[in-house]
Design a protein. Structure first.
Length: 468
């Protein structure tokens, strides 16, 4: 039995009063071991404040997560109410009201026949489960030879080993190549980096026909699934394919019996101005992953959406998806997700993301006057700004200059949070800054974002030029 006098064995440690924290001064194994971390103590709308009282404009929604904004009390209340009733049940034995209700809400919002929702805790887990589901479907359909996965390069789908295998980030292979499986790739439709600049109607990359060539090369009887983000995430800087791209992909997958897995963890849940990023193209994937914005960052929640025609095969065979997760179908996580989805609906925030997205991109276009901004791209409330050494030739800065990293640090000093990414040009070079603010951002705050972006540009790019 616990006694209060046991505390004598563990005397409280005094935390130094400081504006930042850094490894190895404390006990946290930080995500970055070579930088200072301000301690954030509260958030409201588009802003967060650190313990020293400094305000930051959250220009990337954390990691494209905070869509409804920070400090929404309704979500906290929903979580508290559910936790006071029942916090956790074994998903193999029981269900709960928020699980059932959130599944109904998401099925109604999902495109086409994606009516069955499997809940998990992260985007990586959702991708892992979706790809396993694709493989299990073919095995239980009597076609075990269909095992190959095709993805886009550049591309990113998560950090669990199968999701990491589907990602195209060469620096991860440096450490984990022996542990990841072989995934086949076709070039991503990144018009700014394509030789045709997106202007050649017959370009295999920009049209999507490169996928068919890869399927025929491998043999259609071997290919289980093609996975891609409908609107690019950080790996391609919010690249938006041309209008016919996904219809071509859908037709190719149908023609060759390949499951199309749409990874909407980053670009879904209204981020692009429609609930599904695929919605404007009239295309329904065979499987869809969701995450990030479906719970607004209030809890770690993700999901796989699947049609009955796929789930029925498992129901008649093994009886379950071979992807066990302790915290799948978690009542409190789903209560937060349900409250978030209803908040998005009740406040018409997806329509607002479309409206404010047009304002955001109109104002970001002015950044093209800066001599080392090569491209500004995206849709809705997601944007990528690519920085280049030479705009005429699209020559990237050398990786040694660490432009994206230095820009991100300069932006944070100025009071703006952005998301950096590198390596999209050749696996090494290339600098992108991602923006994905909460949908509740106001036009005046977009003006502030652009002003702070310019400040960070002036503070960081000049130094990078001096080092090249």
């Amino acid at each position: 039995m616990w006694r209060r006098d046991k505390l004598a064995f563990f005397p409280p440690r005094k935390r130094p009063i400081a504006a930042t924290h850094r490894y190895p001064d404390g006990n946290v194994f930080y995500r970055k071991l070579t930088r200072d971390f301000p301690e954030i103590v509260r958030g409201e709308g588009c802003y967060v404040w650190d313990e020293a009282g400094r305000r930051y404009l959250d220009g990337c929604g954390g990691a494209f997560v905070a869509n409804i904004g920070h400090g929404v009390r309704e979500i906290a209340v929903a979580m508290s109410k559910q936790a006071s009733r029942i916090a956790y049940v074994n998903g193999t034995a029981f269900t709960s009201e928020p699980v059932e209700e959130l599944a109904r809400e998401l099925a109604a919002l999902a495109p086409g026949d994606l009516e069955h929702i499997y809940f998990l805790s992260s985007g990586s887990e959702a991708v892992e489960a979706a790809l396993k589901l694709a493989r299990q479907y073919w095995v239980e359909s009597g076609r075990p030879e269909k095992e190959a996965i095709i993805s886009l390069a550049p591309g990113y789908h998560g950090n669990t080993l199968l999701a990491l295998s589907a990602s195209a980030r060469p620096h991860y292979a440096t450490y984990f190549r022996e542990w990841i499986v072989d995934v086949h790739r076709v070039p991503a439709p990144l018009a700014y980096r394509c030789e045709c600049r997106g202007l050649d109607v017959s370009c295999a990359i920009c049209s999507g026909t490169a996928l068919e060539a890869k399927i025929l090369e491998l043999g259609a009887d071997r290919v289980a699934a093609f996975i891609a983000e409908p609107v690019g995430g950080s790996s391609t800087g919010a690249s938006v394919p041309r209008d016919d791209y996904w219809r071509t992909i859908r037709a190719i997958c149908d023609r060759h019996d390949v499951l199309f897995v749409a990874d909407e963890v980053a670009c879904g849940a209204g981020r692009t101005g429609t609930w599904s990023a695929l919605e404007p193209y009239g295309v329904t994937p065979d499987l869809m992953t969701m995450g990030k914005g479906i719970a607004g960052g209030y809890v770690p929640l993700s999901a796989v959406a699947a049609p009955r025609r796929i789930v029925d095969v498992l129901a008649r065979g093994s009886g379950s998806l071979m992807h066990a997760q302790t915290f799948s179908h978690h009542p409190v996580l789903c209560a937060a997700g349900l409250a978030t989805v209803r908040y998005l609906r009740d406040h018409a925030l997806v329509a607002r993301a479309a409206e404010m997205g047009r304002v955001l991109h109109d104002k970001l276009a002015a950044l093209l006057e800066l001599p080392h901004v090569g491209d500004v791209r995206g849709r809705g409330m997601i944007a990528g700004i690519e920085l280049v050494l030479d705009r005429e030739t699209r020559t990237p800065f050398p990786r040694s200059a660490k432009v994206a990293e230095r820009f991100t640090e300069a932006a944070q000093r100025a009071g703006l949070v952005v998301w950096p990414n590198t390596g999209h040009v050749n696996g090494v070079d290339g600098d992108i800054l991602m923006l994905a603010p909460p949908f509740v951002i106001e036009p005046v705050q977009i003006d502030e974002l652009v002003t702070l972006f310019r400040t960070a540009y002036d503070d960081s790019v000049a130094g990078a030029l001096a080092r090249t």
